[in-house]
Design a protein around this ligand. Structure first.
Ligand code: IPE
Ligand code: IPE
Ligand code: MG
Length: 258
């Protein structure tokens, strides 16, 4: 069951020196722009260059899944002009970048409540997901209008719609798992938040249960290959215990290498 439901609270996943799944809160675009006396939105445009670079780096390092938080369910609270700018940037990025992702064998997926997005974006998203669905390289997930609490509630609702006669005693992780937005991926090994804040901001609440958390003051537009390598180096030094003692982890390594 463990391998099927990929849950770090039910079975201890095999861990590798390079994370299989990296999830990033790309924060600090506005402050990057403010520092340069530019409008906040200039930081978002520049942030797209960083996305390109990190996607490329993931492929170089052999990372299997990259999940990027692009727009939270709370970001609608921003000034209308900024929200509109972000929507347009997202639309343009879908238009411009998808062909290149496809050429590079990258599979694009979107998580979040797409129904609140403009129709032209929803259409582009479906087309892009279809175009790249057979690609076998990096799985690039963009979280847009995503919220961790939305994900858990939405999964519960979907699970109950499909299994209306569920006995409450049968509600467990395996029951809920197929309905969670990222059920296709192993849970993130490494979480990165740029921009100096040390909070989760309603990102993958369920999936981050045993993820290693890396925080850096670097603003997202400045997060380059070197900064990414530093986070991978930090990850390499973590001892992932999943509830065990350090001694048990060491014994497992010795047994594995015997
Ligand atoms: C993250 O950068 C991008 C989005 C939320 C879309 P911010 O826009 O939050 O930048 P800061 O935190 O204000 O600097
Ligand atoms: C989180 O960043 C969301 C994204 C990066 C898309 P925010 O900048 O919106 O987070 P808070 O509001 O500072 O927690
Ligand atoms: Mg921010």
């Amino acid at each position: 069951m463990g391998s099927r439901i990929k849950s770090s609270t039910l079975t201890i996943p095999a861990t590798t020196v390079i994370p299989r799944h990296v999830a990033i809160i790309m924060d600090g675009n506005g402050r990057w722009a403010n520092q340069r006396f530019l409008p906040r939105v200039a930081g978002h445009s520049k942030g797209l260059d960083a996305v390109r670079e990190i996607v490329e780096q993931c492929t170089t390092h052999g990372i299997e899944y990259l999940t990027l938080f692009a727009f939270s369910s709370e970001n609608w609270r921003r000034p209308k002009e900024e929200v509109t700018f972000l929507m347009n940037l997202f639309f343009k990025a879908l238009d411009k970048e998808v062909a290149r992702l496809h050429t590079n064998n990258i599979r694009l997926r979107l998580i979040g409540d797409m129904t609140e997005f403009p129709k032209n974006i929803q259409k582009r998203v479906i087309e892009a997901e279809r175009l790249t669905e057979k690609n076998t390289g990096l799985v690039l997930t963009i979280a847009a209008n995503y919220g961790g609490r939305w994900d858990i509630l939405n999964a519960t609702r979907q699970a109950l719609i499909e299994n209306p006669n569920t006995n409450p005693a049968d509600i467990n992780e395996a029951w809920l798992h197929p309905y969670l937005a990222m059920s296709y991926a192993p849970e993130p090994d490494l979480f990165i938040r740029t921009g100096g804040e040390q909070r989760v901001s309603n990102f993958l609440l369920w999936q981050l249960a045993y993820t290693e958390m890396y925080f850096t003051d670097t603003f997202w537009p400045d997060f380059d290959a070197n900064a990414f390598s530093a986070s991978l180096e930090w990850y390499r030094k973590r001892e992932r215990r999943f509830g065990q003692t350090g001694l048990q982890v060491l014994e497992n390594v010795i047994i594995k290498n015997a």
